[in-house]
Design a protein. Structure first.
Length: 138
């Protein structure tokens, strides 16, 4: 289960093993995933939520987009600078970790992120200048 709040504490968001994401002080209740929701986070301006689930998907709620992978997703975070998300889970691709990533979050300045793994290690990573200078053209 995960619990998040916005900066001015006007609402509370929870996720649980029964596959629900709940916004407290609101009547909406959604079941966006087929598996347990592992992480739920807001973006900086609180315009959307991103959830990650054991069903191997991450979703931007009010269901704008689904990110589907071949591996488990334990955590997902959105970038405050770019239209990007980071997914963490069953892969061992992040430097310094020896097992799945259980939690991932991007710093408010968008230039670094933290990841936590099965071995209780937390690592701080910095995006390189190529990433920071790259602009996606749609």
């Amino acid at each position: 289960m995960d619990l998040q709040t916005n900066n001015d504490l006007t609402f509370l968001i929870s996720s649980s093993k029964d596959r629900t994401a709940k916004v407290i002080n609101d009547v909406r209740r959604e079941k966006p995933h087929q598996g347990q929701i592992m992480d739920l986070q807001t973006n900086n301006d609180l315009t959307f939520l991103i959830s990650s689930s054991k069903d191997r998907t991450a979703k931007i709620l009010k269901h704008l987009k689904t990110y589907k992978t071949e591996r488990l997703i334990n955590s997902a975070a959105s970038s405050p600078l770019k239209d990007h998300v980071l997914l963490g889970g069953g892969q061992e691709a992040i430097e310094g970790h020896f097992g799945p990533i259980n939690n991932i979050d991007i710093h408010l300045d968008g230039k670094s992120y933290a990841s936590g793994d099965e071995d209780d290690l937390v690592r701080i990573h910095y995006f390189d200048n190529d990433y920071l200078d790259y602009d996606v053209v749609y």
